[in-house]
Structures are given as C-alpha cells and as structure tokens.
Write a protein of this length. Structure first.
Length: 202
C-alpha cells in the first residue's frame, strides 16, 4: 500500500512521501479535521485490526479546543480502515473524539455512501484496549458546540462528541472507506451507495 501523507495544524508529523507516490495521481484524497479530549493519533490501513500508517496526530496536552487538519492520498483501490486512537488523560472527567471528514477525486465513498462523514453513532465503531477488541457502538455527548467543550472551529456542527461507555484511557475509533481502482471507479460509484445502504439495514 502506497500513500502520500500530508499534515498541518497542531499535529507533529512533517510532510512525508512514501514510495514513489510523489509523481502518482491519487484516486481519491481524504481531508480531515479532528480533535480529542485529550489527545489522538490517526492511522490509515487495509487491515481492520492493525493501525496502518499514521498520517495525523495531536499529542500536545490541553489543545483539544483547536482542530487538527490533515489529508491522505489513496493511490490504490480497496477497502481502507481509518483507525483513530484517542487518549483521555484526566480520568474520564470529560472525554471525547470529534471529527469531520471529506473525500475528493471521485473514486471513493465513506461507509454512509457519501463523500462526507462526521463522527456519529451509525458509521463508527469504538474498541478497547486494542483495535477490534470489545467493539461496540460509541455513545454521544452531543454535537459540536455542546458543553463542556463548546464550539470547535473547522468541524461541522453535525459532528458528535463520541466515546466508549464507561471507559477511561485509550480507545480506538474505526470507520471504513471504499476506494475504487481506475478505470472502474466511475461505474462502481454508481452502485456503491446501494451496497452501503444494504449493509446498514442488515
């Protein structure tokens, strides 16, 4: 798996090119704005139980009020998993993960069958202490703008503050992205929303 990783805002990673990605046009690009109370690391991979490549993070304590932005270029088709490790350092007094994601390039869709996804209870799974362990539906503490965090700029008001019920420390959030290899991308995108709707209603 090859990818071109870009990162900005609060996070700690410098721009990185993996393999020969620099000259290759991506099939699609993920753009993300995220925060967590208190810290997070975001990874992309093709294994539902392994983190994959880290492409953005914020491990600076007490900066959750500022969204971290980053992007990820998909260079090959397939099923990808966005895994986010969120870390709560103050004993569960207030813990949350909040994100708004979008896809561009026309060859990928989120698990809701669209090009946009926010943190919600339908399209994310939370697990602990490792990826896929004790996986469950997250709980919500309200949408962006609700107390005690208030409004966090750069993230949609549709995004919900999500976490794992009764868990302090590290939790993992996972959502799925389908990327269609060229030249089948345009034809497949016509049918992918129908496929996702079938999965959700099962």
């Amino acid at each position: 798996m090859r990818a071109h990783l870009r990162h900005s805002s609060v996070g700690l990673l410098a721009p990185l090119v993996v393999g020969s990605a620099q000259a290759q046009t991506p099939l699609a690009t993920l753009t993300a704005a995220m925060t967590a109370d208190n810290e997070f690391n975001a990874y992309m991979g093709m294994d539902p139980s392994l983190p994959g490549q880290q492409f953005m993070s914020n491990n600076v304590p007490w900066t959750w009020m500022n969204a971290t932005t980053g992007s990820y270029d998909f260079l090959t088709g397939g099923t990808y998993y966005l895994h986010v490790r969120a870390h709560d350092v103050d004993g569960g007094i207030a813990a949350m993960f909040l994100a708004s994601l979008s896809l561009s390039g026309g060859a990928a869709l989120f698990s809701n069958g669209s090009l946009a996804l926010h943190t919600d209870l339908q399209n994310w799974r939370v697990s602990y202490p490792g990826i896929g362990q004790n996986a469950a539906t997250p709980i919500s503490f309200g949408s962006n703008g609700s107390a005690p965090w208030g409004m966090i700029g750069g993230i949609s008001t549709q995004a919900q503050h999500i976490w794992a019920a009764g868990i302090v420390g590290d939790v993992w959030f996972t959502t799925e992205i389908q990327v269609i290899p060229a030249p089948a991308a345009m034809a497949a995108l016509v049918f992918m929303p129908l496929l996702y709707r079938r999965r959700i209603t099962r």
